[in-house]
Design a protein around this ligand. Structure first.
Ligand SMILES: [Zn+2]
Length: 278
């Protein structure tokens, strides 16, 4: 029901403040030709099951919520970049300990490798939204074949559904790179494109715990969507999280999921209502 409402209102307004016409430079890791080839081979494996079909949505790109509401969404990408594909459970522990909701964008290939951890994340539907970060983490505008774009998204839908029983309604383009074509293709599959307006900078090797906390608290605005990573144990993300969370709350921010941001900015039910218990 609410999906069709979102579609209708999306056509009417697209909520100007939420739509960014140009991508934000992505702060994510790098790919090697070997990694790309391995990932491509993975993508050709049969999916665990056909993913559930979703009704189409308006081709929106959401980078932040309403600036009039003092909420912030912390988001974490789990990128299927082969050389660094790990899980940092310290982040999950901090989020749970601090009762902090988060939206986690799962690479399909990553989720497959980290199946036990994904199932663990799915045990906290009251805190964590689990969404789609493509299967092999390609530069999506460079993927010229529409069928391959769909495969990247649908294969990840299938993987997340098989592991968690949940169906992602959002996707985040790898490297923050998108164009009108991939946004439209995703929307036809029922996936809304989620960017961010605040890159934490956690991949930067000079990003110490202190710098991360200082940067996020300096740059945050009402409605911000903050991007961090949950698949790099060398990053200082988990150490910085308590300072970021407490600093935001001290400044009067409520920490919410991206689904909640969508509800606020669109005045409509957002994806968290669809999060089922696995
Ligand atoms: Zn990524």
């Amino acid at each position: 029901m609410h999906r069709s409402l979102r579609l209708a209102v999306g056509f009417l307004a697209l909520v100007g403040a939420c739509v960014r016409p140009t991508p934000v430079p992505g702060p994510t890791g790098h790919e090697t030709p070997e990694n790309a080839a391995k990932a491509e081979a993975d993508l050709s494996h049969p999916a665990p099951a056909e993913p559930a079909a979703l009704p189409p949505v308006a081709p929106e790109v959401v980078a932040h919520g309403a600036r009039s509401v003092r909420t912030v969404a912390l988001t974490f990408d789990a990128c299927s970049t082969r050389d660094v594909s790990k899980y940092d459970e310290r982040i999950t522990q901090e989020l749970i300990a601090n009762h902090t909701p988060a939206t986690i964008f799962l690479g399909g290939s990553w989720a497959k490798e980290e199946a036990a951890h994904v199932r663990e994340l799915a045990k906290h539907p009251e805190l964590f939204e689990l969404e789609n970060h493509t299967f092999t983490h390609p530069h999506m505008p460079a993927v010229k074949d529409d069928g391959r774009v769909r495969q990247e998204l649908l294969r990840t839908q299938a993987e997340v559904q098989a592991l968690t029983g949940r169906t992602p309604l959002l996707w985040r383009p790898p490297y923050g790179e998108y164009d009108a074509r991939v946004v439209k293709l995703a929307a036809e599959l029922g996936l809304t494109t989620i960017e961010y307006d605040l890159a934490s900078g956690d991949p930067d090797q000079h990003a110490t715990k202190e710098k991360l906390v200082e940067w996020v608290l300096k740059k945050v605005q009402p409605g911000s969507i903050v991007v961090m990573h949950i698949n790099h144990r060398k990053f200082h993300t988990s150490e910085a999280l308590p300072g970021i969370i407490q600093g935001l709350r001290t400044r009067g921010y409520q920490l919410v999921t991206v689904g909640e941001i969508l509800r606020e900015s669109h005045g409509l039910p957002g994806p968290t209502l669809d999060a089922g218990t696995p």
